[in-house]
Design a protein around this ligand. Structure first.
Ligand code: EPU
Length: 310
């Protein structure tokens, strides 16, 4: 629990009407799972976002940046800190460039590109979440990822300076970037360099991307739970281990795609953790492969997750 003195200090800086207490995170995640954030703040402009981050650092309150909530599992006890929901949503199109703030849903940027006959973002069709989350986790499909059309990313760095990083300095890789495990580098916006293209061709590429994605489970989930191991599929391995459809409480390894855990109604985070542990153990035992998490775990005690490969 946070020190009440620190909460008062933060509230003074941000305004007591804007800093909320005890906000359920379940409704802010696509999983629909998780307890409350002790503190919750919605940043609607980049100025507000910078101010809240500076304030949290100054007052030394742990914080977590929340985008679309599509790639996280929040603990049942919630998060004993400040959740900063990024709702900065300015979008500009300048000839073949799109400049998008971190809080815009990825789907909106994909649509804007299509409408302006700009090609490059077709691989992101159908992916939930925000631009910020997509950049942090380098979202994409099989072999095409969002980083391929990024020109630069503007961040708030460790010393609260606004810095623009060229694509090559962002350390993009499969489902990762230099922002992924670094809460001190906050994505503010990105510039996408796209290519003018015949709308018919964009439509065709989009259709192909949707086909590659295939049908994914429609139930509440956090997308793929694990990263794919080199030259294999986490879904295939979990399936081959015989775990498809396995249920714990109201959490289930999807009968449709084994790399998805679905929430059948009132699943608890601890049930999901049990399934994660089971999948990691069985796949390790049967095939000697270590499955690494793609989702981020928020608010868990070290003890609760000590035997999970993160
Ligand atoms: N497979 C099974 N059983 C299963 C699931 C899959 O046998 O339960 C087999 C499939 O038949 C196929 C192979 O495993 O032969 C690969 O499966 P799939 O085509 O579904 O792709 P994936 O590797 O599971 C990856 C990404 C998805 C992305 C799709 C399409 C990861 C972890 N997953 O899935 O990304 O949508 O390719 O591009 O990289 C995400 O990251 O959240 C995500 C959904």
């Amino acid at each position: 629990m946070l020190n009440p003195k620190n909460i008062r200090q933060l509230s003074k800086i941000l305004g007591s009407d804007r800093l909320k207490e005890n906000v359920s995170l379940a409704s802010h995640t696509t999983f629909g799972i998780g307890g409350p954030a002790q503190l919750f703040y919605e940043a609607k402009t980049s100025k507000e976002l910078i101010r809240v981050i500076k304030a949290a650092r100054q007052v030394k309150i742990p914080y977590f940046i929340l985008g679309g909530g599509s790639n996280i599992l929040v603990a049942d006890q919630g998060f004993a800190g400040l959740v900063i929901r990024v709702k900065i949503r300015k979008l500009k199109i300048k000839s073949s460039k799109i400049i998008a703030e971190a809080g815009i849903p990825l789907a909106k940027v994909v649509k804007a590109a299509q409408e302006h006959a700009l090609s490059g973002l077709e691989c992101c069709i159908g992916i939930p979440g925000t631009i910020g989350g997509a950049i942090v986790g380098n979202a994409g499909a099989k072999n095409q990822w969002i980083n391929q059309c990024i020109k630069s990313v503007t961040i708030l760095d460790e010393s609260c300076k606004i810095v623009s990083l060229k694509k090559d300095n962002c350390q993009f890789g499969y489902r990762t970037s230099c922002f992924r495990d670094n809460p001190l580098k906050i994505v503010l916006k990105a510039i996408f360099e796209l290519k003018k293209e015949n709308p018919r061709i964009i439509k065709e590429k989009t259709k192909q991307s949707l086909e590659v994605r295939g049908d994914q489970p429609k139930e509440k989930s956090a997308g793929s739970i694990f990263k794919n191991p080199a030259n294999d599929s986490a879904g295939r391995l979990i399936d081959a281990a015989g775990l498809k459809g396995k249920k714990v409480g109201e959490a289930q390894i999807s009968p449709q795609h084994a790399n998805f855990i679905i929430n059948l109604g009132r699943a608890k985070a601890k049930d999901v953790l049990t399934l994660i542990r089971l999948a990691q153990n069985e796949v390790k035992e049967k095939f000697g492969v270590e499955l690494e998490l793609e989702i981020k775990l928020i608010g868990f005690k070290r003890k609760e997750i000590e035997n999970i490969i993160n």
